[in-house]
Write a protein that binds this ligand. Structure first.
Ligand code: ADP
Ligand code: 5GP
Length: 180
């Protein structure tokens, strides 16, 4: 049976890196593509990292019940397109890389979903990774840092948590959870 897997955790913890590695190693796994109203970063492509859509279109999709869940943070909307995920689930295990509120909403709608929280080895390490990634201003990085405590506070409501210290170890841990 194909599974619906949610990977959450603070911005910069390594969710994207782990999720990409998983789909490269496992041909029976696919990443869901979320909709967002934020602008693409350099190197991001519409329909690959996200479907980048205007706020009006996002609100229309909310009104038409087109999202499995959505949330607003960092002044933008992010949502999981329902049709897209249900279609993909027919063929593969689908990984959602979404924030904790979104993950818990997915679990409400689809209790069979497996929720995995990725934890940083330390808060300082998250800041270092965000600075190294070089995709956000220092001000935006601090905003993301302020949200971390909130995200980590929901750990107990997740099915599993995995510390991303050594990347290879974390990838294998997440893979084992999904496959078991
Ligand atoms: P997220 O998707 O959670 O925001 P990313 O996957 O973009 O985070 O990772 C943030 C940065 O940290 C990236 O530059 C990535 O290469 C790096 N990174 C990810 N995992 C590790 C790790 N285990 N050790 C060191 N750097 C890492
Ligand atoms: P970023 O702007 O760094 O790509 O993502 C910011 C945050 O939005 C991350 O915590 C990411 O997990 C979350 N996110 C991405 N897609 C979705 C989604 O579809 N729904 C929800 N709720 N959060 C999302």
């Amino acid at each position: 049976m194909n599974k619906l897997v949610v990977i959450s955790g603070p911005s910069g913890v390594g969710k994207g890196t782990i999720a990409k590695a998983l789909i490269e190693r496992n041909k029976d796994m696919a990443l869901s593509i979320s909709c967002t109203t934020r602008a693409p970063r350099i190197g991001e492509k519409n329909g690959r990292e996200y479907f980048f859509i205007p706020k009006e279109e996002f609100k229309e999709k909310i009104a038409n019940n087109g999202f499995l869940e959505y949330s607003e943070h960092f002044e933008n909307y992010y949502g999981t397109p329902k049709d897209f995920v249900l279609e993909k689930l027919k063929e593969k295990t689908v990984i959602l890389e979404i924030d904790v509120n979104g993950g818990l909403k997915v679990k409400e709608n689809m209790p069979e979903a497996v929720l995995i929280m990725i934890l940083p080895p330390s808060l300082e390490e998250v800041r270092n990774r965000l600075i190294k990634r070089n995709t956000e201003s220092l001000e935006k990085i601090e905003k993301r840092m302020q949200r971390i405590e909130f995200e980590l506070g929901k750990k107990e409501q997740y099915d599993y948590s995995v510390v991303n210290d050594k990347l290879q170890v974390a990838i294998e841990e997440v893979e084992n959870i999904i496959k078991k």
